[in-house]
Write a protein that binds this ligand. Structure first.
Ligand code: RIB
Ligand code: CA
Length: 324
């Protein structure tokens, strides 16, 4: 199997942890590095959680870079009401023995992207968090940004929102960063796909799936079961989304997701709409003379429909150790 070189940027985060397990363990992916940013939890918690997940997966070879603790302009907010007070389900895990890489996130990203590009196997960058680190990469190391193979980010939504009535959490948290990244993708011709809220909630894991994972009884399966059952308890349901892990699964199973190539902009002002991703669904091939804004230069593959059960099964089989 041809392995896809990937780098994840995370704010771990219960569902970032699910995504890390998939990226660390699936034989179709070659996880080259992980970078951390403040988001779902404060940066120190994100780093600890990320190291714990990689250690549990036996992937102590993967370098972890520490990145931005806050957005470019906004004050940091977090989502510990969703992810637990430690950002990762309050499982009481011991401190990790693994240490972060000596390089800060933008330097680790630069080195990883350039090394892969020079070896003729450009990386797929998967931001699963506010895109502060990625925007900084575009500004600090534009030559490296230009050599990213493609970007698959979790964020935004064409028709669905969560942080506000108009915006999704990752983009709302750092709208300027998301705008910088989309502009840089257009300027450097880096292909970009958006795994947003239109599909995010569909790949679900049930109570019965969690029980099956518990029966596997490996450290990875136990962690995976604990992460999902935390959300079952917190939201009193029996079907929790694998969230960010779906964006990683989309790399492995592109046929399970229907996308449309659409111009996308990020709303940076607006009284009620800051942080909204404006997905242009018009037939913009016509006369644009009367649109003062024109068409966004950032053309994005926007995920609009997903085969949720297929994506959830891919994740379950991987964390159960059935995919090697
Ligand atoms: O908007 C969904 C949130 O949950 C994002 O932070 C996403 O990355 C996930 O962690
Ligand atoms: Ca996340």
């Amino acid at each position: 199997m041809q392995r896809i070189p990937v780098v994840l940027d995370v704010d771990t985060g219960v569902d970032d942890a699910c995504a890390l397990l998939l990226a660390a363990l699936h034989p179709g992916l070659d996880l080259r590095a992980v970078t951390c940013v403040g988001g779902n939890a404060p940066l120190a918690d994100v780093v600890r959680n990320t190291l714990l997940v990689l250690e549990t997966a036996g992937r102590t070879d993967v370098p972890v870079g520490v990145g931005a603790s806050r957005p470019l302009l906004e004050q940091p907010v977090d989502a510990r009401h969703v992810h637990g007070s430690d950002g990762m389900a309050d499982l009481g895990m011991p401190a990790p023995t693994l240490e972060p890489d000596a390089r800060i996130a933008v330097d680790l990203l630069r080195d990883t992207v350039l090394a892969a590009a020079e070896a003729g196997e450009p990386v797929t960058l998967v931001p699963l968090a506010p895109m502060t680190n990625i925007a900084l990469l575009a500004r600090v190391h534009p030559e490296a940004f230009a050599r990213i193979g493609r970007i698959f980010f979790m964020g935004g939504g064409a028709n669905v929102s969560n942080a506000t009535a108009a915006a999704e959490f990752n983009v709302f948290h750092d709208p300027e960063a998301a705008a910088v990244v989309l502009d840089a993708c257009a300027a450097h011709e880096v292909p970009v796909a958006m795994y947003g809220l239109d599909v995010f909630y569909d790949p679900k894991v049930t109570d019965a799936d969690v029980e099956a994972l518990r029966a596997v009884d490996t450290p990875v399966a136990r962690l995976a079961a604990d992460l999902i059952s935390f959300h079952h308890r917190r939201f009193a349901n029996d079907g929790a989304t694998i969230g960010d892990a779906g964006a990683v699964a989309m790399l492995l199973s592109p046929g399970a997701v229907r996308t449309e190539r659409r111009p996308v902009r990020v709303e940076l002002s607006g009284t009620w709409t800051r942080g909204r991703t404006i997905v242009d669904t018009r037939d913009w091939s016509g006369d644009m003379a009367h649109d003062p804004h024109g068409v966004s230069p950032a053309m994005v593959e926007v995920a609009l429909e997903i085969d949720g059960p297929r994506i959830a099964r891919l994740w379950l089989d991987t964390v159960a150790g059935e995919v090697r």
